[in-house]
Unconditional design. Structure first.
Length: 236
């Protein structure tokens, strides 16, 4: 299932001028960074290693300027950002949620444009996010810019702000609902009392632990999820 998408339009590789524009944007970011922020951060992580190293500090600086709400003079980083897409090439990037296990995966278009154009497009796309969510989305992009590992599930976890456990689209789109389901709590009863959260946490740990019949291969992931679910509910 497609859950987030950004279309970056850009000048062709042989074009004498360098331009960037945006097309379709489907970037759910509430609660931030949401699946939209994860997708933008993943684009930054995928393409920044191929960007001219001299441009990287300016990319980071641009994220801070957008976060502060400052007007961005054009051209910037050798490219002009514009609304007009006539004559530009389309490169879509998409985030999917797999129906069988709820895990996330990213599909990049990486053969049409320059890496810098893709990162710039991701940063400018963050301008469309509501202001009160924009800071965490841009922080996810900065995590992507500085990422040095593989572009895989570990990256998506880091971009989500969770950092451990399993990666679920539900956990990003509806963290409280996901946490309630993870701890076996009633979704319709509202936020539970702290004591009930702690009790459900302890009971869930017992069930998940291999010493009490839990699946040994899945125990570490399950325990990490249970721990994260408790954190979410106690912080809400």
């Amino acid at each position: 299932m497609l859950i987030a998408e950004v279309e970056i339009y850009h000048s062709r590789l042989i074009a004498p001028t360098r331009r960037v524009a945006l097309g379709t944007l489907n970037l759910p970011c509430d609660p931030a960074p949401g699946v939209g922020g994860v997708l933008l951060g993943a684009i930054a992580a995928r393409f920044t290693p191929e960007v001219d190293p001299d441009m990287v500090p300016d990319l980071v600086s641009l994220t801070h300027e957008i976060e502060a709400g400052r007007p961005i003079s054009q051209p910037r980083l050798r490219h002009r950002y514009q609304e007009d897409r006539i004559g530009l090439t389309r490169s879509p990037h998409r985030l999917f949620r797999h129906d069988d296990d709820g895990e996330l995966s990213v599909q990049f278009t990486d053969e049409k444009g320059l890496p810098g154009q893709m990162v710039l497009g991701a940063i400018y796309a963050a301008q469309t996010v509501p202001y009160h969510l924009r800071g965490e989305v841009l922080a996810a992009i900065r995590r992507g810019i500085s990422w040095t590992g593989a572009v895989d599930a570990s990256l998506l976890l880091a971009l989500s702000g969770r950092g451990y456990g399993s990666l679920s689209g539900d956990a990003l789109a509806d963290p409280v609902g996901w946490a309630l389901r993870t701890l076996g709590l009633d979704l319709d009863a509202g936020l539970p009392e702290r004591s009930l959260v702690q009790r459900s946490f302890r009971q869930s740990l017992i069930v998940a632990h291999p010493d009490h019949g839990g699946d040994d291969a899945d125990a570490a992931r399950r325990i990490a999820d249970i721990t994260e679910a408790r954190r979410i509910l106690l912080a809400s």
